[in-house]
Design a binder for this molecule. Structure first.
Ligand code: F0G
Length: 459
């Protein structure tokens, strides 16, 4: 059969809330044109993030009831540890309450002034934790990854020529770690090939630098390798995952993505000395090493989710969802990042709304319009999120003006996705009438969460 169906049936449902256009118009004004400030019950389809928003399976919920809440040595920890070791081959496993907690620990230990962390693309919390330690992060995504409209199979890859050049320029002694983000979230949810991981590994080995994987979406990346890379079609997803991790010295993971958990994360590694230092810091910040900021029940849910996510029927459906939405949008002429990413569809707001200059935030204007038109919540990944000011107060824009529609795992059905495409296409039809925004209030860091904006013509 050609139709790829949701590989589950629904046992428990949660109502979503409908609003009228008039209500949404008022809600948007009350939220100061910033959908982070909209209450979730006023959103019909919430595509703000795929993080912590997954639907857990009946097995995971059953696991929740089995959670062993002992402070030390809980049996849930041992099940969790066994699952991570089995899937990654990394022997030392440290639970944390989410991905950024794992980042905080590792970069507090390895970071500091004068240090550099090189990556295909660092996610914003990863970069923030690196910079908070006093170190610097450098993104080295491949050339194909810089052009949203041009399709290529592995646009998340590291530019390995640039990697070698940067290591030689900075000096290996100043680079505590290279980080490979799979899939490359800030680069559009695009995958990294096994060949690229291997080449990166070889360069790291040559210079004696450890390679860590930011493994949030490891299963989605493994599926792309299976479908797109020569020599992997016959390999199973667990085999591919194991091979990806075999090229690394360790990983950080947010279990809120490819473990279907609503909270959780971990660090895993080979180096016992580093693990000891991480555990010492963990005890101060997260908790005892056998729970690390999580309840025993969360550890159970993660252990089960890590296996469920590697199911091929699930991954086929998962990746088909973003591809299905992207194809519908391309057919209607909507400018989108190509090919579809793993966990999200990215609209190219600069091409969608060419009449809006970057300092009037075309991405945010589009985010607001999608909410107004159909109650869809998305997120701007452009100059509101990443823009900085020069000394004269002029905006230094982001490299791209994107709008991300992240798809929560196992939550929405095909008709929800059809609805989303209909709303986007309708907004595209009316694009000439859409106006820019200007900021009336903003915080000095991570301003996109709390910024207040106003339509341009109100000023
Ligand atoms: N690394 C990547 C690649 C991520 O996408 C995220 C989170 C993190 C690390 C941090 O993990 O949220 O558990 O602390 N990404 C979410 C998103 C927030 O919406 O893309 P966390």
């Amino acid at each position: 059969m050609r139709t790829i169906i949701e590989p589950f049936r629904i046992k428990s449902v949660e109502p979503i809330h409908f609003t009228t256009r008039e209500q949404r118009d008022r809600i948007l004004r009350d939220a100061h044109f910033n959908p982070f400030q909209i209450a979730a019950r006023d959103v019909l389809i919430d595509l703000l993030t795929d993080s912590g928003t997954s639907a857990m399976s009946s097995s995971q919920w059953a696991g929740i009831m089995l959670g062993d809440e002992s402070y030390a040595g809980s049996s849930s920890f041992f099940r969790f540890e066994e699952a991570v070791k089995d899937i990654t081959g990394l022997p030392l496993v440290i639970p944390t309450h989410q991905g950024r907690a794992a980042e905080k620990i590792i970069f507090s230990i390895l970071g500091g002034q004068g240090k550099y962390f090189l990556s295909n693309t660092l996610f914003d919390t990863t970069r923030a934790n690196i910079e908070f330690s006093g170190a610097e992060g450098i993104d080295l995504v491949c050339e194909e990854g810089k052009h949203p409209g041009v399709p290529a199979p592995f646009k998340g890859n590291m530019d390995t020529v640039a990697l070698r050049r940067e290591i030689e320029r900075i000096g290996a002694e100043n680079i505590p770690m290279v980080i490979m983000t799979i899939t490359n979230n800030s680069g559009g949810g695009q995958p990294v090939s096994m060949e690229n991981i291997r080449t990166t590994r070889n360069i790291c080995t040559e210079f004696g630098i450890p390679l860590f994987i930011d493994a949030c979406r490891f299963a989605e990346n493994a599926w792309f390798i299976k479908c797109r890379e020569e020599g992997y079609a016959e390999k199973s997803v667990p085999e591919i995952a194991r091979e990806m991790f075999s090229h690394s010295d360790g990983c950080t993971m947010s279990a809120k993505k490819d473990a279907f958990a609503n909270i959780g994360g971990f660090l895993a590694m080979h180096d016992p000395e580093l693990a000891l230092r991480c555990r010492n810091l963990l005890i101060i910040t997260e908790g005892f090493p056998t729970y690390g900021g999580l309840a025993g029940r969360d550890l159970e849910a993660i252990a089960i989710g890590l296996y469920e996510v590697m199911d091929e029927n699930y991954l086929r459906y998962r990746i088909r969802t973003t591809e299905y939405l992207t194809t519908k949008l391309i057919d209607a002429g909507v400018p989108v990042m190509q090919p579809a990413g793993g966990h999200a569809v990215y609209l190219d707001a600069a091409a969608f709304l060419p009449q809006i200059p970057v300092d009037e935030y075309p991405g945010q204007a589009l985010v607001c319009e999608l909410y107004l038109e159909g109650g869809i919540r998305s997120v701007e990944i452009g100059s509101l999120m990443f823009g900085k000011y020069d000394l004269n107060g002029k905006l230094i824009p982001a490299r791209l003006e994107l709008v991300r529609l992240a798809i929560p795992r196992r939550v929405y059905t095909q008709s929800h996705i059809d609805y989303v495409s209909e709303v986007i296409i309708e907004v595209f039809r009316k694009k000439e009438g859409i106006k820019g925004l200007h900021i009336t209030e903003e915080a000095p860091m991570l301003r996109h969460f709390t910024a207040r904006l106003e339509p341009k013509d109100n000023s």
